[in-house]
Design a protein around this ligand. Sequence first.
Ligand SMILES: Cc1cc2nc3c(=O)[nH]c(=O)nc-3n(C[C@H](O)[C@H](O)[C@H](O)COP(=O)(O)O)c2cc1C
Length: 393
Amino acid sequence: MSRNPWFETVAEAQRRAEKYLPGMVYGALVAGSERGRTIEDNIGAFGELGFAPRVVGHHAARDLSTTVLGMKAAFPVMISPTGVQAVHPDGEVAIARAAANRGIPMGLSSYASKPVEEVTAANPDTAFQLYWSGSRDTMVQRMERARAAGSKALILTLDWSFSNGRDWGSPSIPEKVDLRTMVKLAPGVLPHPRWMWTFARSGRIPDLTTPNLQPPGGQAPTFFGAYGEWMQTTPPTWEDVNWLAKEWNGPFLLKGVSRVDDAKRAVDSGVTAISVSNHGGNNLDTTPATIRILPSVAAAVGDQIEVLLDGGVRRGGDVAKALALGARAVLIGRAYLWGLAANGQAGVENVLDILRGGLDSAVLGLGHASVGELNPDDLVIPDGFTRTLGSPA
Ligand SMILES: Cc1cc2nc3c(=O)[nH]c(=O)nc-3n(C[C@H](O)[C@H](O)[C@H](O)COP(=O)(O)O)c2cc1C
């Protein structure tokens, strides 16, 4: 009897992803850095927060909707951009379709495996993400291509530094996938026939190129080519951030803020939103969980710009906790990648349904009529839970 493709939790989707994907693909998604403290804390800290439910006066109908970066969201979740993935041949197009079907916005990485034009066609509510990489002219060209394709917002990610090994080992990612590499990789790939078959049926192998970085009239660079360009680019100043925000002249999210002083500088630099993020634990290991930092950042700038959070969200209850502590919405990364691995587009929809259902239960059980009513009084916050990074002055 074939197994029911539906799964009831993100944890189950991850178990299925681990079985289904070749070790190197799964390993690249798990990622994290060094000891893995931050990635663990991102997830674990949500479990330290408790709920304080009410039992009478529940609302029969609850409004979960909001807007993020000027885009409608049926519930306060957005797809976080993730780079070159070899999970599914439909990649970000499948993710964008799933997000559109569930009424939530899509974040598309400039390192994605699908062109922005195909992704905006699948989900018009798309935000395109850039790293500070290449010359200003190159960045403008990429940004204008995304705008022409219909992207409604720009994301600038600044919290990725050169990651420093993992105690559990890093997967070896090939420069490019051709026949020779396929033969070399065969021992790791052959035990995963369903993954191989899904790609084979689609007629394309995961080639690890970055179509959104393709220069006019040139070739799309490989992931390592793109990475090399980024490493050789002088890191940005706040003036550079301000320049890019002005060039975009629309909803602009600075992704990767941890410190209160950075959040304030971001406001001064003209961004319209920030995401409290540590790149899913892939930046400097031992940075505290984003949910611990959120309250201080939201208190400092939440009345001036949209404050979002990403990192460790695996349940609808996590979404409720982030909103109660001041986030307007959350972005999710690995959760939807596990869903994509477990069951393609339907798997991503399954993950979004899990988050929506869990959030709705929390809003119901806490006695609210809408997500906007979530507040710290809904939570049991252990002493010493929160962290303030940087000077609030
Ligand atoms: C495999 C992988 C690739 C990622 N690639 C990008 C990227 O290209 N651009 C970006 O802004 N963030 C990238 N991120 C970070 C995510 O957008 C997000 O911040 C992180 O995954 C959130 O944590 P979570 O996975 O616990 O939800 C990546 C994360 C993962 C796991």
